[in-house]
Design a protein around this ligand. Structure first.
Ligand code: NAP
Length: 457
């Protein structure tokens, strides 16, 4: 009876996970999708607590209390702008937990499990360990605790491949001779080192892909754990997580026009420093709130291009208010959304949805790029890398090849940011020196409020 109930819980939660993922594929249904996935997870946990092998709940309660004490503050207090590093930390905790389960299985039962099972445990612990250290590295890079740029050295790919071959070899040894504890522990050590080395050469604008990839590795770890523990819901959730993370990585690579192998092995995003004396200081056109408001007041078509700076200053509501005023004056207003704007997939969509911007005003890069040439004014709100023409014009630039929002094609571009400081990729932006580009320096929210006030007057 208990067993059947458990299977029923698992079946319902599997269905809820699939429906949840489906919901997450569109902004309109994303909230419902998230809710369904959460409900699925709750059912999976409650169902697991009915497991007939559990005879003592004390450790489970201790784990729940500890996990809640860490997870709840992480979710409640970490700002939206730090979500990528928080996500990386969650991946690392999840992967560590999965690796520890495999570790304890091997420590408890060892060779009695047989070659095949020990090899599965080996794969699971290997993936868990490398995802653990890799995700910690990614979180450190995104938080600025470790240098964010790619770190490369001679023979990097060869040594990484040798490490990978070493881990695969040790897993084969374990399959043939499951009692060889030394091979198991050496493999865990190599995997921990491999996770660090895997993330070292990746940086700059490629970090979003890495986060999605680590998500996928975490999912594969869970799926392997499901095989190890013969737990079907874990196999299902792990596979869903692994495959959706991988699909997301591929989509993001496509948005940045990079083969995934290039992200993983190419040390893309490495800043090419100009030889001393070659840096050029070009003139920019600085504008005032009054001048910018006057230009906006006569515009018939306006496109807002939000970026990370909008998230930092939480300007989304003020952007929408300004857009409403412009619409009131008869202008057509759209929003141009780049796939990697901000610091997490869908970052801009989430913020603009929070500010009640209608979905049909949001246009992705392919839709909006052809519209810029007939646009009167583009207002860039805290975006930088995603509008940097170096991506098209400067071979050797860390973002070269990444499709961008071609805002410079509009009649006038007003850029709202605080200074000429670079964005995430750490490079100068050629856009700012264009003849039709006006720089409105200041905090994005502040500028939006001042523009709206000036427009009213
Ligand atoms: P960005 O290139 O990082 O530039 C953001 C700009 O916002 C900065 O140049 C900064 O300039 C400005 N800013 C910061 N605070 C501001 C404030 N309070 N008011 C006004 N401006 C402010 O941003 P992006 O164009 O959105 O590009 C995103 C980058 O992050 C890409 O390189 C992408 O690859 C990377 N990334 C994306 C994700 C993802 O999943 N979306 C994840 C990780 C990394 P000032 O300091 O001069 O104001």
């Amino acid at each position: 009876m208990q067993r059947n109930l458990l299977q029923l819980f698992y079946l319902i939660s599997a269905v809820l996970f699939v429906l949840g993922l489906r919901g997450l594929s569109h902004p309109k249904t994303a909230r419902r999708g998230m809710f369904l996935a959460e409900l699925g997870m709750l059912l999976a946990i409650v169902g697991t607590l009915l497991h007939h092998e559990i005879v003592d709940y004390r450790w489970i309660v201790a784990g729940l209390v500890l996990g809640t004490a860490i997870g709840a503050p992480l979710a409640i207090w970490i700002p939206m702008t730090a979500v990528p590093q928080r996500t990386a930390l969650s991946h690392s905790f999840g992967a560590l937990a999965a690796a520890l389960v495999g570790f304890s299985e091997y420590a408890r039962h060892g060779a009695q499990l047989g070659g095949v099972r020990v090899a599965v445990i080996g794969v699971e612990v290997m993936l868990g360990s490398l995802t653990f250290t890799g995700s910690l590295m990614a979180a450190g890079k995104l938080q600025g605790l470790i240098r964010g740029y790619p770190i490369t050295y001679r023979g990097q790919n060869v040594s990484n491949l040798a490490l990978l071959a070493g881990m695969a070899g040790l897993t084969v040894v374990l399959a043939l001779s499951p009692a060889t504890g030394a091979a198991f522990y050496a493999m865990v050590g190599l995997a921990l080192v491999f996770g660090v080395l895997l993330i070292l050469p990746i940086g700059a604008a490629d970090m979003p892909v890495v986060i999605a990839l680590l998500n996928s590795y975490g999912g594969l770890t869970d799926a392997a754990m499901g095989f190890m523990l013969d737990n079907k819901i874990q196999i299902i959730t792990g596979s869903l997580d692994g495959s959706s993370g991988f699909i997301l990585s591929v989509l993001m690579c496509r948005a940045m026009n990079r083969p995934i192998t290039n992200v993983l092995f190419g040390a893309f995003g490495k800043v090419q420093e100009l030889p001393a004396g070659q840096e050029t200081k070009k003139p920019i056109h600085q504008t005032t709130v009054e001048e910018a408001a006057e230009i906006l007041g006569t515009a018939r078509s306006v496109v807002f291009v939000p970026g990370y700076g909008m998230a930092v200053s939480q300007a989304q509501h003020r952007v929408r208010e300004l857009a409403d005023m412009l619409k009131g004056k008869g202008a057509a207003v759209r929003y141009g959304i780049h796939a990697v704007a901000g610091r997490m997939p869908g970052h801009m969509n989430v913020l603009l949805a929070e500010a009640n911007v209608p979905y049909d005003e949001l246009h992705d890069m392919d839709q909006i790029n052809s519209y810029f040439s007939e646009t009167d004014v583009v207002v860039v709100v805290g975006a930088n890398d995603v509008v940097n023409p170096a991506a098209k014009r400067t071979p050797g630039s860390p973002i070269y090849g990444m499709p961008i929002l071609e805002v410079e094609k509009a009649r006038v571009v007003i850029v709202c940011k605080r200074s000429l400081n670079p964005g995430f990729a750490g490079i100068d932006n050629e856009l700012y020196y264009g003849d039709n580009v006006l720089m409105l320096f200041g905090d994005a929210k502040d500028s939006m409020v001042k523009l709206a006030t000036a427009l009213k007057q």
